[in-house]
Design a binder for this molecule. Structure first.
Ligand code: ADP
Length: 241
């Protein structure tokens, strides 16, 4: 079961099935007192969209990210990822689905410091059902895709912040996920390095990847086709400017 759900290639999902489909999804921490961290909301993100999520600290961005990334289950509503009702899944199936369909990119890269760029990407594939002999070539291809084909043997300490984040993006892409879920991807970068990472996200989007970026940076937020704002746990589509 886990293998079927997690292992089914995301490319087989019909194009009109949204990647993310929130149907009155919400999360209330039980307390006491109970905290409505995310009020029940509807949100659909179609294949190939680039959506940014903005909101001040404490507004519910992490709660949203954790639900969208299958790290937390909502207390209200249903969340369909690639048309699969995630509420009905057993823990092992949720984990498999997350590993196969979602590539995570975090503010602080989370690379293993004593492993090369290639090893960092290859090691991420151990849990994704790749055969051992396929891992190296796929990792190399992902690093080439992010413009680091010439630095595959470099340790993270020898890479710039922007290059480290590009390794992390290669690691997120290598399982060919349906969704690239980025949490403040430029939060630790200076403006020049941030620009290279944002440029890469634009390119991936242009290639058809579905990209969801959570940020409090207005300059990053405008990169999306759509921006969704969260305030006090309420999620709202922002009008285009
Ligand atoms: P953001 O990521 O935008 O800073 P969060 O999603 O972390 O916001 O938090 C949204 C709200 O939920 C805040 O009021 C926060 O205090 C509350 N919250 C977060 N985690 C918990 C928890 N485990 N228990 C109770 N309340 C929580």
């Amino acid at each position: 079961m886990s293998r079927a759900i997690g292992g089914e290639p995301s490319g087989l999902v019909p194009a009109d099935v949204p990647v993310i489909d929130f149907r009155q999804v919400g999360l209330t921490y039980p307390g006491p007192p109970p905290v409505a961290a995310l009020s029940p909301c509807d949100l659909r993100i179609g294949r190939g969209e680039f959506v940014t999520v903005v909101g001040p600290s404490g507004s519910g961005k992490s709660t949203f990210l954790n639900i969208a990334g299958l790290l937390d289950a909502p207390t209200h509503g249903s969340y369909l990822l690639d048309g699969i009702d995630t509420g009905a899944l057993k823990d092992g199936d949720r984990t498999a689905l997350r590993g196969r369909r979602i590539g995570f990119v975090f503010q602080s890269f989370h690379l293993l410091p004593h492993r090369s760029a290639l090893e960092n990407v290859t090691l991420a594939m151990v849990y994704n059902g790749y055969r051992r002999r396929d891992r190296g070539p796929a990792a190399r291809e992902a690093l080439e895709r992010v413009g680091l084909g010439h630095r595959v043997d470099a340790l993270p300490t020898r890479l710039s912040g922007g290059e480290r984040q590009r390794v992390a993006i290669a690691r997120a892409l290598v399982a060919r996920p349906s969704l690239l879920l980025c949490d403040e991807p430029t939060g630790n970068l200076d403006s020049a390095n941030a620009a290279t990472v944002l440029q890469l996200l634009d390119e991936l989007h242009a290639d058809g990847m579905t990209v969801l970026v959570i940020t409090h940076d207005a300059d990053v937020a405008v990169r999306g086709d759509r921006t969704v704002a969260i305030r006090d746990g309420h999620l709202r589509e922002q009008a285009a400017v």
